[in-house]
Design a protein around this ligand. Sequence first.
Ligand code: X8Z
Ligand code: ZN
Length: 598
Amino acid sequence: MRKIFLFITMLFLAGCETPANLQQEVQKFIDAYSQEYQQLYYTSSRAEWASNTRIVEGDSSNAIATRKANEALANFTGSVKNIETIQNFLKKREKLLPLQIKQLEVMLYLAANNPQTVTELVKERIKAETEQVEKLYGFDFQINKKSVSTNDIDAILNEETNLKKRLQAWEASKEVGKNLRSGLIKLQHLRNQTVEALGYPDYFSYQVSDFGIGTEEMMKLNRQLVSEIWPLYRELHTYARYELAKKYGEKKVPDYLPAHWLPNRWGQDWTTLVTVKGMDLDAILRTKTSEWIMQQGEQFYISLGFPSLPQSFWEKSSLYPLPQDAGYKKNNHASAWHMDLNQDIRSLMSVIPNAEWYETVHHELGHIYYYVAYTNQNIPLLLRGGANRAFHEAIGSLMGLAAMQKPFLAQKNLIPADSKTDEMKTLLKESLNYIIFMPWSCGVMTEFEYELYTNRLPAEQFNQKWWELVQKYQGIVPPSTRGEEYCDPSTKTHINDDAAQYYDYGLSYVLLFQFHEYITKNILQQNPHSTNYYDSKEVGEFLKKVMGPGKTQDWRQLLQATIGQEMSAQSMLNYFQPLLDYLKKANKGRKYTLPETL
Ligand code: X8Z
Ligand code: ZN
């Protein structure tokens, strides 16, 4: 009798949990979670937005609101109750729908960043992160005791030929690091400790896991990418040493590039070393307004079949530099925000009319249109993200590349249609952007953060390790010894507020050239070095295929489905192939100081 009873009970229980029932139950949980998450996320975004757009010295009201909002979000995503529910559901994953599994995994990933089991550490970390951003962007950069903006510093590094003045500007740009050192030490520990609680070995590994690969695999991939472009980088490095020595009237060509010789605070972009006659975009853009640059960017996307940006984007974004007498400061690094994971999309920039900002505008709008592409009822809230983070970075950079090619510029009447330009020089200029970036992103930044988090770099070695990597990967040296009182890595935005994710950008450049090659071969049938995407609805359709699924598909499968390839640097190498011979000739008889292989 008993046995029969038990049997019936079991039948009943099993009957309750048919896949359909379970799926329904899980869906109810996902829907409720998503709704609450969205509200908390929006509150946090608004507070962060205020903290990044209005930094008032001595006023902590924004910081307090941001801390509170971020704590509320963390309490929810990291709650033990939520984690247990998610883990229990995931134990029965074979009965769940693929998109449900993906959403539960996203929840678990969010939880791991701030588990309730270590509430105090999470709180400390949120506080430290908010303070770090305020210190970085509230900093008063000064040259000769006069306040300057980072745009001012960048202009000097781009244009000035007097080495003393260059040195002053470069040194001024690194002062902020001293104030950020203690915060970075704190964050190194707190970031590691918070993710350890849910079983990640360290913060770097946590961030890497979002790509579905392990830390060692990611490091191997990055090192391989650097080694693939290294022959080209070595030529560019040699070329730049000699050309810059000439430019600055220095008789002795240095073995390594002094950091203040380069047109960028971190040596990550050398584009302005070369001007192409007939295509001097900087000179052309200087005659335009910042607003014109923004509209131009939007127009390009619209021409591909994307909608115009909502009125709220224009009203709520913070697109231009603050007036000097504003009485407050703002984050001067460009970013794009999906405030509520729905219709509130904004960008934070300090656009001035020059080629660098022209490119950045296209980059940020790439994020914005990515948001637009996956914000609809087919894509669950928790899967509104890039196929991986590198995809999100790639689209806008691709558009930036396309918006600088000659046929595009001619169609937009920015250069005369019949202007004769030196194609090799154009390619050289492009390589000073895309190739130069690789040892910086996949090398210096990635290796440093790997040391910092995975290998727990001691604080007394931050600056030493930094410059060791800069010399090894970029062939750049500091103008004079930089002791540990400085913290030069923390002058870079992402070290502070986008930690352990910089390989996203290196990978995005690789993807960008894969997309570009596919588009030019299969859609436009144009020479990849000389294209015009403008008005091509087919290109727009292709981009929507890449962006539309958000995170609902595995990124490798999506890449196969859209371009039929795995991720590879081959397209980038194809693109710059003609340059290698040209540079070898230009460098004939010159001394190479970087090793042939890394
Ligand atoms: O940070 C950015 C974007 C914001 S998503 C402007 N980029 C990297 C950088 O500035 O270091 C774009 C390329 C590299
Ligand atoms: Zn970006």
